[in-house]
Design a protein around this ligand. Structure first.
Ligand SMILES: Cc1cc2nc3c(=O)[nH]c(=O)nc-3n(C[C@H](O)[C@H](O)[C@H](O)COP(=O)(O)OP(=O)(O)OC[C@H]3O[C@@H](n4cnc5c(N)ncnc54)[C@H](O)[C@@H]3O)c2cc1C
Length: 385
């Protein structure tokens, strides 16, 4: 077993670190204050191939693999977690799903544009009444001639107000649950499609989220992605990949908490000593660091398995679950180490605490991950099939 990163993986990490130093850190505080959507930065990352690690060259990728994707995502999230979202929408959930399930024409039209971030992507499952219970979605797609008519509402959808093209899931057989869902490609400007931003959210303030309204949206049959009524499978394969980015984002946030805590503990004095000399502060730093190292190993294991073409539903769920717990605990501890200053926007740790929480919710809430992991352990439902 070799735990060393290859020279290519190290080069990818360095590229992300350099990009973050030049393009992200100098702007993060102001963008956070103004809830700015940094589209230009995302497009720069796209043109540098940051979203294309797991894509072949013919589709605008670099072919460097899933582990490289995880490394890039981790380093960018370490600088600004809002910039983790495009690692799903411009890579793992939207275009990679098209690459797996799409027709040649769909791949040709959309994948390159999404991976380069020329077009902003979207991936819409969640609805006002349905989150974890994906098979219970209520949006319908009724077939009429050569098209489907979509009606319903999607909420908590990243990029809902800024997307150019993306995937939406709807019931083609409303009487069925898992076996009644299909996946469709939608584009900005389709008649009957509108969106409203969800403002004032806890964290990820520079990653727009919104509600998508579908009122008699006509989608041509050639925009269906994958076979009719097999959209649940399409969604699950997308979430398997999405969990890699989410775990990477959580590791990045947790590492940023260690960075910030160490910096402060080496500067701040109380009772005539650096606070880093107190054992109780050291204990927190040690726990944070051990958590990040363990979460990173789980993450890289998933990148490795995906690069081998092996199914990793169990491993990616464990990585996502564990890394998100570590990120929230580390952010909590980092704020505590900063004391009153941790409560201020002058330092990064309040943002880290806000952003960390999302990782326990999106791409399968922690309880859903616990359930999947436990059912596999009990032998009642093997996660990897
Ligand atoms: C910032 C942000 C961005 C998002 N972006 C997207 C996006 O781009 N696309 C998209 O489709 N969705 C997106 N989501 C939605 C996200 O995927 C859902 O919030 C998540 O799946 C949980 O669903 P829910 O919020 O409806 O919670 P619910 O499913 O209602 O769950 C509420 C609580 O009940 C628990 N629970 C539910 N079922 C069970 C069970 N069987 N056993 C035990 N506990 C259970 C959950 O763990 C949770 O604690 C986003 C959410 C946020 C906050």
């Amino acid at each position: 077993m070799n735990f060393d990163l290859s020279s290519e993986q190290l080069a990818v990490r360095n590229a992300a670190v350099r990009f973050a130093e030049k393009e992200i850190y100098p702007k993060v505080a102001e963008q956070e204050r103004n809830c700015t959507f940094p589209k230009e930065t995302i497009q720069k990352m796209g043109s540098l191939g940051f979203f294309g690690a797991a894509f072949p060259e013919e589709f605008g990728g670099t072919g460097s693999g899933y582990l490289c994707h995880a490394i890039l995502c981790e380093e960018i999230s370490r600088a600004h977690s809002s910039l983790r979202t495009p690692f799903n929408l411009q890579a793992m959930t939207c275009p990679a799903t098209l690459l797996q399930w799409g027709t040649p024409a769909q791949k040709e039209k959309y994948v390159k544009k999404l991976v380069s971030a020329e077009w902003m992507g979207l991936f819409a499952i969640t609805e006002p009444d349905v989150g974890s219970d994906v098979a219970g979605i209520k949006t319908v797609a009724i077939k009429k001639g050569g098209r489907y008519i979509l009606n319903g509402q999607k909420t908590w959808i990243s990029n809902a107000t800024v997307f150019d093209a993306g995937l939406v899931f709807a019931k083609t057989n409303p009487k069925e649950r898992h076996r009644g869902i299909s996946c469709f490609l939608i584009e900005k400007g389709m008649k009957g499609l509108s969106a409203r931003e969800i403002a004032d959210k806890l964290g990820h303030r520079c990653s727009p989220t919104g509600t998508l309204f579908l009122e008699d949206v006509e989608v041509p049959e050639e925009n269906r992605v994958g076979p009719e009524n097999e959209g649940f499978k399409v969604a699950m394969t997308a979430l398997d990949r999405g969990r890699l980015s989410v775990a990477a984002g959580a590791v990045g946030v947790a590492q940023a908490c260690v960075d910030a805590a160490v910096r402060y503990a080496r500067e701040r004095e109380q009772f005539g000593q650096l606070i880093g000399t107190y054992q109780m502060v050291q204990q927190k730093i040690a726990e944070m660091r051990a958590g990040v190292e363990a979460a990173r190993l789980l993450l890289y294991q998933c990148g490795f398995l995906k690069d081998q073409g092996r199914r990793d539903t169990l491993e990616s769920s464990i990585a996502k679950y564990f890394a998100s717990q570590v990120a929230v605990a580390a952010a909590n501890d980092a704020v505590e180490i900063y004391g009153g200053n941790g409560y201020s926007e002058e330092y990064p740790v309040s943002r880290l605490l806000r952003d960390a929480k999302l990782y326990q919710i999106g791409e399968g809430a922690s309880n859903i991950m616990r359930q999947l992991i436990a059912l596999d352990a009990l032998g009642w439902k093997k996660a990897n099939g």
